[in-house]
Design a protein around this ligand. Sequence first.
Ligand SMILES: [Fe+2]
Length: 250
Amino acid sequence: MTVQIALLSDIHANLHALDAVLADIAAQSGIAGRYHLGDLVGYHAYPNEVTARLGEAGVPGVAGNYDSTVAMHYKHCGCRSENPRQEELAHQSFAWTLATVTERTRAALAALPFRLDVRPLGGHVAGPTLILLHATPTSNLVYVTEDRSDDFLRKMAEQAGAKAGDVIAFGHTHKPWHRVVDEVLFVNTGSVGRPKDGDPRAGWTLITLGGAAPRAESRRVPYDVAAACAAIGAAGLPEEFAETLRTGRA
Ligand SMILES: [Fe+2]
């Protein structure tokens, strides 16, 4: 028996991308569950609508750094900036998001768990565990990029308590990749609403459990980028955020 799970991360208030991904998942047959890996808000125009949509659609998930810092009225999203302009944009995005989220949204973000463990084949047998995080088992701020060493990933597995056959899934970098180290599958699910790998299409990842070994497949979905960009302009958010959607690059 195999079970298929859809993972979506880093939606970042992009309702157009989220709806396209939810429709794409619904069009596949046999997907048993959907989970998000955090960063529901930030950068784009629909933080309240995205948070509500996931609630209505019954998609549980974990807290990204953006979610937890907005929920805690923190002073910054904790995102890393590479130059002064990026830092200025980060502050603009955070201030706009803080001013725009409703108390209902803030409460929903505050209630997100740091980590979720799923046993799609049932917890009554020693089946594989799908460990859902935003970044690492100890922080939702660390960037787990594709060039991280096997030793780095081994340490993550140790901190997470993962065993051979398990899956550790995360997002945060907005660039999808996956790799097996010591029979643990590490999966970066990419980004639904703000991809940075040069492909502007919305991304999500399909996990298959229950075969000889777990598998990950990165999926991309075209969506109405022009409409998402128009909403960014109408909200008074910086043009750079629309440019990232058009190019798929930060
Ligand atoms: Fe993110």
